[in-house]
Every structure is written in structure tokens, then in C-alpha cells.
Design a protein around this ligand. Structure first.
Ligand SMILES: Nc1ncnc2c1ncn2[C@@H]1O[C@H](COP(=O)(O)OP(=O)(O)OP(=O)(O)O)[C@@H](O)[C@H]1O
Ligand SMILES: [Mg+2]
Length: 582
């Protein structure tokens, strides 16, 4: 059958599934990659966010350590009798003579840059780092706090030039006498270098411009030989830094985001930098600026990107593999599906064809039946008409008339017997089964047959021992057996006997167990051209046959869910088998 007869080709399962699968895979992969990227950014942010307090803490620790050193210096001065005497006598030269050597050691070895001796009214007596300046009143926060609290005070202080100094002011008492104050200080730029080296971040000190005036600040830059840019940021000025210069990309907007408490990723000459701020407070508690942390995350990012590439490639590989496997499997499923679809269509067509053939067969059977009935009735009726005409013509001859009337009567009887057989045939559809001893049924039938058969042909019966009881309609089976015996006798010319056998046998098609009731004769056998028409109603080869005997047998078999078969025996004669399920 050709395929083009079926225009509806089923949709490809493969294409539909693979499209959906591919899309799902794409979505999963992109979600996966995005999730990893976001996780990485989060880890990076948290790392820097945790590093900022660590920087602040380490810075505080270092300030504390240096403050402790300053305390020690203060005590060392107070414990030195010669210095104490010079201070009490307010003798600047004697202070210089006694303290210079110690100060120089502190300056070179411990970065102490400031050493003051101040009087109880906070007026400066002597500055070791600037001996020519004295007599001024000190009113920095550390001094004021030490003065009012009468105890040592230390803290950061922002000088007018922009320098950040760690200062320690210690009141000096001897007995009940208040001699004045010792003040020690250091510039803290070296501290940010140390913290930067320890925590592997670059640092910068940003001072809020609110606490500075540009001319003094500029003067400080000149003094320290620096080229600071006052206008780089609107709000802050860079006072110290561990890198050679702040990245150009760190602009006003980035600073604004940092001041809002965020961490920011910036690019600088191909490097990826990550920045955050930590607050910077002075001794008076003013928030004077920020410590800027900058972390170079280029290596980290490159490593991560490398891993990402590997992971994505691997995932792509796995996805491609899975896709391939699905493709091959679905290709097969698709083919099977197409084949099945085609088969279904064929079957549908064949079914329709079959229905049509059945319909035609029914019509043709009806035609045969009507033809058979017409034929069966026509012969005697033609005889009746002819003989009646003859009788009319020869009415004056009473003997001839009687003879013709006898003929007419015989023809009429033939018609009646045919009609009776037809009625018998129609009765066969009434079916009532009950357990029936088969031996009795066969014997009764044989007896009846022998009474109707003039030649009294011998009939042999072979039954299993003990003969079984079958669940059958005895009237119908007797009727069928009688027909088979009649046919056997009609096919036998001489005196050859007939055999009836009952054997256990399974159905060839279904394998169901059952019994075969077999009638075998030694007659003429079935004509080859008659073999496939035996069970067609009205098919007969006999002049006086109606062709209803075997259809009756078949109907009986079907009513019992059995079947009937016919064959010629090799040794001559025919054999009919009626199979009934057990
Ligand atoms: N035992 C047999 N041996 C040979 N041919 C047979 C045998 N039984 C039946 N046939 C053939 O089958 C035909 C149909 O048989 P069936 O019993 O249906 O009708 P019939 O015997 O011709 O007529 P009816 O039984 O109605 O008197 C017979 O005409 C005959 O040709
Ligand atoms: Mg017959």
C-alpha cells in the first residue's frame, strides 16, 4: 500500500522533545552560571567587608602599641633626675643638654617626631623637635583632656597642615607639686604601610576637608615636598597612601558609593580592584576621615574565571552527551512511532476493506439463498403447472387425469418437504445446553438413522472408556450427527460401513480442550470443486439435495463455540469432524 494515501503524518516526537529539552538545558546552564557568578561576587564582597574592620582593628592595635611606647618615654623622662631638675628650673639649655641624645635615639629608632615640655598653664617650655619655638599655649584636644582629667591622654590629631599625628600628653607631678606636661608624638604614615603589608591591602588616608583649610594644607604639601591634589574630591583630600597614586577610575561617584557603606569593584590598567572604607576618628571623637582599603583581585578573578570556564565546558560536554544519547534514543522511538502510525492506518484501511468484502459476501450469500429457494420451488411448481394444463386438456380421460393429479400431489409434497426443511434450519438457532451422556445420544441417533436408511449400512461407534458426559444441546447435536450420517450414506454406493468416533482434542487455534465427534465413510469422497463450498447454504451436488445439511451442522458447531471441518481420507471416503469445547 502506498504511503501517500495517508496525508496525515504524525508530528515528530524527537523534534518536540529535543527542542524543549535543549531550552530547559540552556535555562539551567544560565541559571547555574549566574548563580556561581553571584556567589563569587558575594564571597568577594564579604571578604573585603570583613577585611575593613580587621584593618581598623589592626590600626587601633598599632596605635595602642605606639601609645604605650610613648608612655614609657614619658616615664623615662620623669624618672631622669637631671631632666626633672632642668624642667623644674625651667632651664631650656639644661633640658637640651640632658634630653637631646635620648630624643635623637627615639627619633631614629622609634619614629618619635615630637617631644614637648609644657608648663602647668599649658604654655610650652621646650620643643626638642623645634627648639626655637616656645612660649605658646598648647590647646590641642589631647592637652585639654590631660589638663582637665589630670591623667595621661593619647589619640590621633589632625594638624593644620593636614598631617595626622599620634599624640600622648602626660601630666607631670612630683609629690603634691604639678610640674607641667610631657607630650610625645609621632606621624602615623608608617603605620598604614605596616597594616597594608600585614593584611595585603593597599591603604590611603582620606581626610575630610571640613577639618582643613586649603592654604595651610598646601603649605604642608610644599613643606613635605608632595604634590597632593586638593580638588581631586569635593569632600576629601588624600593625605597618605601606600600605592603610588589612587586609580583614576576611583572618582566622585565611586567615592559616594563607598561613603554610603558599599564595597565597589573598579578597573585600573587591566587590574580588577575592590575598594571599601573604614572610619577614622581623632582624639576628640571627630570623624575626621576614612581609611580607604583597595584590594587587587585580578589573580582571584582570573583563577575564578578559569574554574568557571572549566566548569561550563564540562557542563556543556555533559549536556552535549546527554543530548546526543537522547537524540539517538528518540530517533529510534520516532521511527517506531512512525512505523506504528503507518501500520495503524493500513489496518484501518484493511478493516474497511474487510467490512466491504463481508457486506458483499452477505449480499452474495443472500443471492445464492434466494436462487436456491427459487430453484428448489421452481422445479415442482413448473411440474404442477404443466401437469395441471395436461389434466385440463385430457379431462375426458379419468385415468389419465388421476395419474396427473397424483403427479401434482407428489410435486406439492416435495414443495412441502422443502419448506419443512427450511423451517428446521431456522429452528437450529434455539439453543439450550445441558449435561448429556454422549454414548446414549450417539446410539439413539444411529438407531433413528438405521430406520430411515433402506440399505441398513453398518455403523461402528468408537467411544472413550468411560464415555464422557458433555455440556451440549442434545437436540441440536443429534440433528447435526443425523445430517452427517445421512450425507455419509448418500456418498456411499455399496455396502461399506460408516464409523462414528469421539476423541479428546484441543482446538488448533486457541489450544482450548474439547471433543471431536468424527463421522467417516468409505464413499466417493468430496469433489475437489465442492471442498470450499460445502458449508454455503443451498450448495448441493445432489439432484434431490437442498444443500442445507452441512450449514445446519456448522450452525450447531458455532452455537456451541465449536467448529466443523471436512477432509477426504487418504484411504478413500470423506471425514467430517465436529469439534465442541469441553
Ligand atoms: N460424506 C460426504 N462425502 C462426499 N460428499 C459429501 C459428503 N457430505 C456432503 N457432501 C457434499 O456436500 C454437499 C452438501 O451437503 P449438504 O448436506 O449440505 O446438502 P445435501 O446433502 O446435498 O442436501 P440435503 O442434506 O439438504 O439433503 C453434498 O451435495 C455433497 O456434494
Ligand atoms: Mg445432506
Amino acid at each position: 500500500m502506498d504511503n501517500q494515501a495517508f496525508p496525515t503524518r504524525p508530528k515528530s516526537i524527537k523534534a518536540a522533545f529535543l527542542r524543549a529539552f535543549g531550552l530547559a538545558l540552556l535555562v539551567i546552564m544560565s541559571v547555574f552560571a549566574t548563580a556561581i557568578y553571584m556567589a563569587e561576587a558575594k564571597v568577594r564582597d564579604r571578604d573585603l567587608a570583613e577585611r575593613a574592620p580587621a584593618v581598623a582593628a589592626l590600626f587601633a592595635v598599632k596605635l595602642g602599641k605606639d601609645s604605650a611606647l610613648m608612655h614609657a618615654v614619658g616615664h623615662a623622662m620623669m624618672g631622669n633626675a637631671a631632666i626633672a631638675q632642668a624642667f623644674r628650673q625651667r632651664n631650656r639649655q639644661a633640658l637640651e643638654d640632658q634630653g637631646r641624645e635620648l630624643f635623637e635615639i627615639l627619633r631614629t629608632d622609634h619614629r618619635i617626631t615630637h617631644l614637648y615640655f609644657d608648663l602647668p598653664d599649658r604654655v610650652n617650655l621646650y620643643r626638642f623637635h623645634s627648639p626655637d619655638r616656645y612660649g605658646d599655649k598648647i590647646d590641642r584636644a589631647t592637652m585639654l583632656q590631660a589638663h582637665s582629667r589630670s591623667e595621661p591622654v593619647n589619640g590621633l590629631e589632625l594638624g593644620p597642615l593636614g598631617t595626622l599625628t599620634l599624640r600622648m600628653v602626660m601630666p607631670w607631678r612630683q609629690g603634691r607639686q604639678h610640674l607641667g606636661y610631657i607630650e610625645v608624638g609621632e606621624e602615623i604614615e608608617h603605620l598604614i604601610s605596616e597594616v597594608s603589608a600585614t593584611l595585603a591591602v593597599d591603604l590611603a588616608v582620606l581626610v575630610n576637608k571640613r577639618y582643613l583649610a586649603e592654604p595651610q594644607w598646601q603649605q604642608g604639601q610644599d613643606m613635605m615636598n608632595r604634590q597632593g591634589d586638593w580638588s581631586r574630591f569635593a569632600s576629601h583630600v588624600v593625605q597618605a597612601q601606600t600605592m603610588t597614586g589612587l586609580p583614576a577610575t576611583l572618582d566622585e561617584t565611586v567615592l559616594a558609593r563607598l561613603l554610603a557603606g558599599k564595597t565597589v569593584k573598579i578597573k585600573d590598567q587591566g587590574r580588577s580592584l575592590h575598594a571599601a572604607l573604614a572610619p577614622l576618628d581623632d582624639a576628640a571623637g571627630h570623624h575626621i576621615g576614612e581609611l580607604l582599603l583597595i584590594r587587587d583581585i585580578s589573580d582571584l578573578e582570573a583563577t575564578f574565571n578559569g574554574y568557571m570556564a572549566v566548569v561550563i565546558l564540562l557542563s556543556l560536554g555533559v549536556a552535549a552527551g546527554v543530548f546526543g544519547v537522547f537524540y539517538v534514543a528518540l530517533e529510534r522511538v520516532d521511527k517506531d512511532y512512525q512505523r506504528q502510525h503507518e501500520l495503524e492506518h493500513r489496518l484501518l484501511r484493511m478493516n474497511t476493506e474487510h467490512q466491504r468484502i463481508l457486506q458483499l459476501e452477505k449480499l452474495s450469500a443472500l443471492g445464492t439463498m434466494v436462487g436456491g429457494i427459487a430453484h428448489q420451488l421452481n422445479n415442482p411448481l413448473v411440474g404442477v403447472v404443466n401437469m395441471a394444463e395436461l389434466a385440463a386438456r385430457e379431462a375426458d380421460d379419468p385415468d389419465r387425469t388421476r395419474e396427473l393429479l397424483d403427479e401434482i400431489q407428489r410435486a406439492g409434497r416435495d414443495c412441502r418437504s422443502f419448506v419443512r426443511r427450511m423451517l428446521e434450519f431456522s429452528k437450529v438457532s434455539r439453543f439450550e445446553s445441558r449435561p448429556t451422556p454422549i454414548a446414549d445420544l450417539i446410539n439413539d441417533t444411529v438407531l433413528m438413522f438405521r430406520q430411515t436408511e433402506a440399505r441398513h449400512l453398518p455403523v461402528a461407534v468408537e467411544l472413550p472408556d468411560p464415555p464422557p458426559e458433555l455440556l451440549i444441546d442434545p437436540i441440536l447435536v443429534r440433528h447435526a450427527l443425523f445430517n452427517l450420517l445421512q450425507n455419509a450414506a448418500q456418498a456411499t454406493d455399496g455396502q461399506a460401513g460408516i464409523t462414528i468416533r469421539l476423541v479428546a482434542g484441543t482446538d488448533e487455534d486457541s489450544g482450548a480442550p474439547g471433543w471431536s465427534l468424527i463421522v467417516a465413510d468409505q464413499g466417493r469422497g468430496i469433489a475437489p470443486e465442492a471442498l470450499d463450498k460445502l458449508f454455503v447454504p443451498f450448495f448441493t451436488t445432489r439432484s434431490d439435495g437442498t444443500g442445507l445439511g452441512l450449514p445446519v451442522v456448522q450452525q450447531v458447531a458455532l452455537l456451541h463455540h465449536g467448529h466443523v471441518s471436512a477432509r477426504n481420507r487418504p484411504q478413500g471416503g470423506a471425514e467430517f469432524a465436529l469439534w465442541l469445547p469441553r
